[in-house]
Design a protein around this ligand. Structure first.
Ligand code: GDP
Ligand code: ZN
Length: 352
């Protein structure tokens, strides 16, 4: 009895080994790999756009007369394929460049490898774990407007988040038709220009050439408060980008539920827009202390120069930051914003 069981096990093991061997063989065979771009992801499902063609196109099987045509999806440049990923790959996100293989017989693909990322946008999930959101964004367009008026720390928050993700930012003051003479928001934007941030004026239904030129050849995300005109701007620049929220029904173990997905839309010669309701709120996500310092370069430069190591930069007499404000290296408003953000995370930490 024991002997039989042992033999059975061995057979099972052999089969397993054989199977493992096969998968490994498949993994090694990358000769059919194509270049691809993840244009949408929701849960475990991904859509990949073909950026290259196979050296040898698979041949569509012949059908005899009278037989129904079998399913066949030709591999064409820019065609979009629903894909699975090899289980050994890390979590892929919209914007990822991948190697993949297409199966015209099923219309499905398999992603075999991920290319190195130039940037990765992440956000903390409910459990304070970092969750990747979008890859390879090269420019973040921060849209502000005279109306709705930005909260005092809002732009600083965005800049902190951009610095943290190591992605350059472009400030866009939209709805400039609503600007009053000496509008405080215009002065505010000028201050950021002096801090070294790029800043342009737009009007959604006006001439958008400068904005278009700035985002050409970039992978961009538009962020900003609701109502500042992001959708209107995006639709003006990419006329076929219907900005309806992408709601996808997904079957999961927990039953049917809907998710909003992050998608990539290509435009112009080599531009791409990555968009989702979540990304638009980028910058309003949880921030860490060290990250905040990164978004205030003029303040970071003076940190550590206060008399007391644990200086709160408020009531202390000899404070390098307050000195900085006095001699014009730091704007009073920026220091207030910095302290407010620090307060906010300290409070949040105490709650947790
Ligand atoms: P989003 O929430 O940032 O996507 O903002 P929307 O694109 O939905 O725009 C909010 C409102 O602002 C809409 O009523 C738009 O018509 C209006 N809007 C957008 N751009 C401009 C602009 O340049 N000037 C003015 N006056 N209104 C604008
Ligand atoms: Zn201080």
């Amino acid at each position: 009895m024991a002997l039989i069981r042992k033999r059975r096990l061995t057979e099972q093991q052999q089969r397993r080994i054989q199977k493992q061997h096969q998968t490994r063989q498949e993994e090694i065979d990358t000769s059919h790999d194509l270049e691809g771009l993840v244009v949408q992801h929701y849960g475990r499902q991904l859509e990949v756009q073909a950026l290259s063609l196979p050296d040898q196109h698979p041949i569509k099987p012949d059908t005899k007369e009278g037989e129904p045509e079998p399913f066949w999806k030709p591999i064409e440049l820019n065609s979009v394929w629903r894909c699975h990923t090899r289980t050994n790959l890390e979590l892929l996100v919209t914007g990822d460049r991948v190697k993949w293989q297409a199966d015209p017989n099923t219309g499905l693909g398999i992603i075999t490898a991920i290319q190195p990322r130039q940037s990765l946008l992440t956000r903390p999930d409910r459990y304070h774990k970092v969750k990747p959101v979008a890859a390879n964004i090269s420019l973040i367009v921060i849209v502000i407007a005279p109306l709705p008026e930005p909260a005092p720390t809002l732009i600083d928050r965005y800049l902190v988040a951009c610095e943290d993700a190591n992605i350059p930012a472009l400030l866009v003051l939209n709805k400039c038709d609503l600007l009053k003479e000496n509008d405080p928001i215009l002065l505010l934007a000028e201050e950021y220009r002096q801090l070294g941030y790029d800043f342009i004026l737009t009007q959604s239904n006006g001439n958008l050439d400068e904005l278009i030129q700035r985002i050409d050849n970039q992978t961009v995300a538009f962020v900003g408060q609701s109502g500042v005109g992001k959708s209107t701007l995006i639709n003006a620049i990419i006329p076929d980008a219907d900005q309806k929220t992408n709601v996808i029904s997904e079957n999961s173990a927990l039953g049917q539920h809907t998710t909003t997905s992050t998608r990539l839309i290509r435009f112009g010669e080599n531009g791409a827009l990555i968009d989702s309701p979540g990304i638009r709120e980028f910058g309003l996500w949880h921030l860490d202390h060290e990250k905040i310092d990164g978004g205030f370069p003029e303040i970071s430069a003076l940190l550590g120069h206060c008399q007391y190591r644990n200086c709160t930069h408020t009531h202390e007499k000899q404070c390098a930051l307050k000195e900085g404000v006095k001699n014009g290296d730091i704007l009073q408003r920026r220091l207030e914003s910095y302290l407010r953000l620090i307060d906010e995370i300290t409070e949040a930490q105490q709650k947790n």
